[in-house]
Design a protein around this ligand. Structure first.
Ligand code: NAD
Length: 437
């Protein structure tokens, strides 16, 4: 099959490279000249484990190429995926669909024979209908079917998620489009692919409902964590105890500084807005959004409390900036609000992240960046673990204690056993457990 991916970001590039790896011919298109130039020069503009190798292999095999101009490849394509960004619209929180509609118009102008146009971007219910309306009114002679196929991959584990998904949701009732989509995904499975076909609007809602549910689960355990701290329980044990119940499940029950990233914050908000527009408010999600918004800055206050209520003139070392490990993505990362709260409190902030510092420099205020945890911990009044990168999981606590001014660790990811840290003489402030001063 000939596939074109419009938008070569976290989703487009991973999906495109993986489709090529399964034998399809893929062209990844992007408006960003810098991105396409980098890709053509053999560089990968994002950090995603394993991606570089797949891109290299498939380029050499002649199955994957890149372009700034969609017209030539779309003219030859069986399927065109739209994987452009759908950020929150400034001012009202609705999904900004301007990139999607602009891409759709460009695609329609370039299409020649029967082509399936697929929204892989996360788009609100009714977006497929609107794209179809644009095609019908502005390009009535073109033979195009519009399909919804939301993406569920997680950054940091994107390749495994894409190649071995729990399910592939496909929203279309058109027989020709169903056949094409079956063929697109057939090589992913030796036996039967977990394809789940449904109506397009249902498919669009599935993506938002899934993200909202996961965001709610995280927020639930975060509130239980706060309660645990107050009443002397241990949230990790509570999570384990409830997670063993198969009806609840043990995933997404890690208490932390609040969810961030490029999806949950914007998608929960967009669902709230859609639901309000349809006069069917989703109160659980509205509350989830509000709790999570407040939580990130509250984590800054937690650090200040751990420093005896005052960080003015103190040095705080922040370990981890990206919204999760194994990515360089800083979009809506909790570190942004936490660091802002610390700066507002008068602290000097030194930070280290294995992959996120380049992106962070454009987003954070006056922060000093270091090359490793020990460098930024020198003379620090406290260390804050914000992102649970592997390399922070087994720090040399003895060495840390000798370089720090005050041995305080605020562990917003609960990656250390309390006894391990206190044994080395640290004050330890985790999430959802009694503070050890
Ligand atoms: P991204 O910002 O990394 O990439 C989007 C790319 O599209 C950018 O490189 C941009 O230059 C390009 N673009 C915009 N308009 C274009 C046009 N008209 N023609 C060609 N290129 C254009 O975004 P992303 O993280 O890959 O997300 C893309 C979509 O997938 C969003 O709707 C997002 O919600 C959804 N999604 C993301 C994830 C994730 O983990 N990042 C997971 C599932 C779904």
């Amino acid at each position: 099959m000939r596939i074109v991916m419009i938008g070569s970001g976290y989703v487009g590039l991973v999906s495109g490279a993986c489709f090529a790896d399964f034998g399809h011919h893929v062209t990844c298109v992007d408006k960003s000249e810098a991105k396409i130039n980098a890709l053509e020069a053999g560089e990968v503009p994002i950090y995603e484990p394993g991606l570089e190798a797949i891109i290299q292999q498939n380029r050499s095999a002649g199955r994957l190429d890149f372009s700034k101009n969609l017209a030539p490849s779309v003219g030859e394509a069986d399927v065109v995926f739209i994987a452009v960004g759908t950020p929150s619209r400034r001012g009202d929180g609705h999904a900004d669909l301007s990139y999607v509609y602009a891409a759709a118009r460009e695609i329609a102008a370039a299409v020649r024979g029967f082509t399936v146009v697929v929204t892989k971007s996360t788009v609100p219910v009714g977006t497929g209908d609107e794209i179809e309306r644009i095609f019908r009114e502005e390009f009535p002679q073109k033979d195009i079917e519009v399909v919804s196929n939301p993406e569920f991959l997680r950054e940091g584990a994107a390749i495994t998620d894409f190649k071995r998904p729990d399910r592939i949701v496909i929203g279309t009732e058109n027989a020709r489009a169903i056949e094409v989509m079956r063929e697109v995904y057939r090589p992913l499975y030796l036996n039967e692919a977990p394809l789940y076909f449904c109506e397009r609007r249902t498919s669009e809602l599935i993506k938002y409902a899934a993200n909202a549910f996961l965001a709610m689960k995280i927020t639930f355990i975060n509130e239980i964590a706060d309660l645990s701290e107050k009443i002397g329980a241990d949230v990790q044990k509570v999570a384990k105890g409830i997670g063993m119940d198969k009806r609840i499940g043990d995933k997404f029950l890690h208490a932390g500084p609040g969810y961030g990233g490029s999806c949950f914050p914007k998608d929960t908000l967009a669902l709230v807005k859609t639901a309000q527009d349809f006069d069917s408010p989703v109160r659980l999600i509205e509350t989830t959004v509000a709790i999570n918004d407040n939580r990130k800055r509250a984590m800054g206050r937690k650090v200040i409390a751990a420093c005896d209520g005052d960080v003015r003139g103190k040095k705080i070392a922040v370990l981890g900036l990206t919204f999760k490990p194994n990515t360089d993505d800083m979009r809506d990362a909790p570190s942004i609000s936490i660091i802002q709260a610390l700066l507002d409190g008068g602290a000097t902030v030194h930070a280290y992240d294995p992959e996120g510092m380049e992106a962070a420099k454009d987003m954070l205020g006056p922060v000093t960046y270091g090359n490793d945890p020990y460098e930024i911990a020198a003379d620090a009044d406290a260390i804050v673990i914000v992102t649970e990168w592997d390399e922070f999981r087994a720090l040399d606590l003895k060495r840390l204690k000798t370089v720090m001014k005050n041995p305080i660790i605020v562990d917003l990811r609960n990656i250390y056993p309390v006894s391990e840290v206190t044994k080395h003489g640290f004050g330890y402030f985790a999430i959802g457990k009694k503070p050890e001063k």
